[in-house]
Structures are given as C-alpha cells and as structure tokens.
Ligand binder design. Structure first.
Ligand code: ACM
Length: 262
C-alpha cells in the first residue's frame, strides 16, 4: 500500500481557494491513501464564533463532493481535516473518503486551547474504517497527547493512524507519534501544515515536519519545517498485525487491565 501526506499552508478564510490547491495536488498524487492537515479548507486561527459557522461545511457539500470525485477517479482514499457543520453545531472533524466514494467522519475528541471556544468536542468515539482491506483509524492533532486514543484504535485493529494536524507546539508530535507507533506496533501518518496565520493580535506558526513512522517507530519519510509538497512511501500493513516484542511478550496480551487506573 502506498501512503502519503500533503504538507502545505492553507490560506485562512479561503475554503474555495484551498479546495482548488488541494484538488490540483491530489489529482497529481500516486497513492492508495493521502492525508491532509487539520482544518485544511477554513484555516485554523479563528477569532470569532461566527467565522466558524461561515467557514464550516455540512456533509454533503462542495468539499466532500469534490474529494469524492477525486477519490473515485484516482482509486485513492483521502483523509482531511475540515470544519464540519452539523445542525447548529460545528466540529473540528476529519473526513475519510474511500476509493469507492463512501464518506466517513471522525470528530476531534481532545480540543486544544481556544478550539474549546469554537467547536463542540467529538461525539463519534474512536471509529475504525477499512481502506483497501487495511484497517485505519483517525486522530486529529492534540489527540496525540493522549495514549488512550491511539490505543483505543489499535485495540480495534487499526493498522495505520491518519493524523491531520495543525501543530503549534514544536517537536512534540514528531516524538509522541513515534512512541505511539512503537507501543501499538502501527504505522502513523502525521500530516501537519506549515506557514503562519496572523489574525488581529493573534499569531500562530505551524511547525511542518510531517512524517510517517513504521511499527518500530522509525521515520520512513519526513517533510521539512517550511517545505510544501506531497510525500509518500510504500508500507506493508500486515506488519502492524504482529504485536510481539519477543516470542514470549505481546503488547496486547500482556496488558494488565486488572491494575491500570483507567
Ligand atoms: C492542535 O490540536 N491543533 C494543536
């Protein structure tokens, strides 16, 4: 299976322009699964709740329709962060479009900082999906700080975690996601953005360095801090089914759920 990510710098408040940029890139990609950053169409740095409503989109909508068309045409799964309008609520969600054109949603469970002012916390649990016979889970950015999130997906059989992100605390997720790969023996596609956003008095700089790690925690490919582009590697998802550390030790069978404080 060939998997990749597209690291770029979405323009705040320009969903149509960002959709055009993303669509042009996706049409050039050769991969089975491509992951895009968090909130890839709206941008991240909201200052007012009403912006969140204006820049969010219900499913189906222009974004999901376009991605569905590309996924079918390219026989490719696409995972992207987006601001999801659902009735009178907005979620910081991720969308998975399968190569068959089916649409699935994950709603970010751990909201970061002022996201709590703008979004509802996730209410979709930790669902696992199947893409070309491979089980995949989705987490969004700050979720990486919570080992229980990745473990919940891995225990359900997820072999690959897709992780749309807008990382603002540098050099943490590049470490935690490798650790999550090791402790669950899974592949991890961290798709971060790059660039800065300035909104009024607020400024965020996004740290790039998107990467893919293997079940041993090794980095298979990594983008630069400021680099924009599509990066991909071939993975063998079957490797993520073996949870042995030694012939006598299994990461899942050796868990002591009888004594954990969870
Ligand atoms: C983050 O969760 N966007 C830091």
């Amino acid at each position: 299976m060939k998997v990749g990510f597209y690291q770029f710098s979405p323009v705040f408040g320009e969903p149509q322009k960002n959709l055009e940029t993303i669509a042009a890139q996706l049409l050039k990609c050769d991969a089975d699964l491509v992951v895009l950053p968090e909130l890839a169409f709206s941008g991240y740095l909201f200052i007012e709740k009403k912006e969140v409503f204006t820049l969010s989109e219900a499913i189906p909508g222009a974004i999901s329709n376009k991605l569905k068309e590309i996924a079918i045409k390219k026989d490719m799964a696409i995972v992207t962060g987006f601001a999801e309008l659902a009735g009178d609520k907005v979620y910081n969600s991720a969308l998975l479009v399968t190569p068959e054109g089916n649409i699935n949603i994950y709603r970010k469970n751990h909201l970061f900082h002022e996201e709590k002012l703008f979004f509802e916390p996730g209410d979709s649990g930790f669902p696992v999906f199947t893409v070309k016979g491979v089980k995949i889970g989705i987490l969004v950015c700050f979720d990486h700080f919570f080992p229980e999130a990745a473990r919940s997906l891995a225990l359900q059989g997820a072999q690959v975690i897709c992780h749309p992100s807008n990382l603002v605390i540098p050099q943490k997720a590049q470490i935690t996601t490798r650790a999550r790969s090791i402790e669950n023996k899974i592949f991890w596609i961290l798709a971060n953005r790059t660039g800065s956003e300035i909104r009024g008095e607020k400024k965020f700089t996004y740290s790039g360095l998107s990467q893919i790690s293997d079940p041993e925690g090794r980095i298979m490919v990594q983008a630069g801090e400021f680099e924009e582009g599509f990066f991909a590697v071939d993975i063998n998802p079957e490797l993520a089914k073996n949870k042995s550390i030694t012939p006598l030790c299994s990461l899942f069978e050796d868990r002591r759920t009888d004594i954990y404080l969870l």
